[in-house]
Design a protein around this ligand. Structure first.
Ligand code: ZN
Length: 296
């Protein structure tokens, strides 16, 4: 049995189990101070030590993933108040001496979808979430994408949609992808959240979102050549967005990549997640399983 912890910027989700058909005690609590929030996560682990084989943490970031670093297992330079340089893994290890898998929330989601969900039939995938922010993770030949840090796909520079005069709201870059296309950008641009848009505003929002997300999809296709792009997060619930995104991606590639998997079957290349509401915490369970198998 494993414990998975989806450590999000607004809420934590903890669960015990081994996969989608075996998930128990799913527990959600808000992300408040590190002491209180990690205290609740530790208490959850303490309640599930019987037969525990591993823990997985899929965390908001940026996080330190280099094992040689003294700060391994920490959230590092996050803009979230009070959470800078907070050790997440260490306190959990003090509760249960089992292997702990630690990665970004989006790498966790990519692993979960690769294991049980929308990318279970391919060897490589990219997972992008478009919600409060935009983040991406991925897997190539069975390895999660790591390096000096981890991918930060949300901050790609994008070319503006010609009708878009919104200044952008990324505190670092202004009109990067996240600044233009994350949920709060939609809300600021139209004065209401995406799910409340109707009529012309909705079609305009869908057109702009599709245009911006297609630029990321094209960049990922060129750079990583994944077999599948999984787009999740609240913004993807905008009616018609995923279809429009597929069409704009194919249009943007403009015949340069004559790959039928993309040009003829975009509906199988750009997909929604298959794991639904529990995708994040299942990603964490998958990280636990991987850590236990590798003896991390
Ligand atoms: Zn940015």
């Amino acid at each position: 049995m494993y414990v998975g912890i989806e450590a999000g910027g607004t809420k934590f989700v903890c669960a015990a189990g081994t996969g989608p058909d075996d998930l128990v005690d799913v527990t959600t609590f808000p992300t408040t101070t590190p002491d209180e929030t990690l205290g609740r996560a530790r208490a959850f682990v303490a309640d599930h030590t019987d037969g525990l084989r591993g823990i997985g943490v899929a965390s908001f970031g940026p996080v330190e993933l280099r094992r040689a670093s003294g700060a391994y297992g920490s959230i590092t330079s996050t803009p979230k108040a009070g959470w800078t340089d907070i050790d997440v893994v260490g306190p959990l290890r003090a509760v249960a001496d089992v292997p702990i898998g630690f990665d970004t929330d989006v790498n966790g989601a990519a692993l979960g979808e690769a294991r049980w969900g929308a990318a279970s039939d391919v060897e490589s995938c990219v997972y992008v979430t478009v919600g409060t922010g935009i983040g991406g993770g991925g897997m190539v030949s069975g390895q999660l994408l790591h390096g000096l840090l981890h991918p930060e796909m949300g901050h790609l520079h994008v070319t503006r949609h010609p009708d878009d005069e919104f200044a952008g709201r990324c505190p670092f870059h202004g009109d990067c992808l996240e600044g233009m296309a994350a949920g709060p950008a939609i809300e600021e641009r139209w004065g209401r959240p995406g799910q409340d848009l109707t009529g012309d505003q909705l079609s305009q929002a869908v057109a702009m979102e599709a245009e911006y997300l297609a630029q990321l999809a094209a960049a990922m296709t060129y750079i990583l050549s994944p077999e599948r792009l999984v787009f999740g997060g609240g913004v993807l619930h905008l009616e018609g967005l995923v279809d429009s995104l597929r069409a704009r991606l194919v249009g943007r590639l403009n015949g340069y990549l004559a790959v039928p998997e993309i040009t003829d079957h975009a509906e199988r290349y750009v997909v929604l997640p298959a794991l639904g509401d529990h995708a994040g915490v299942l990603g964490a369970i998958a990280l636990a399983d991987r850590a236990a198998s590798h003896g991390a």
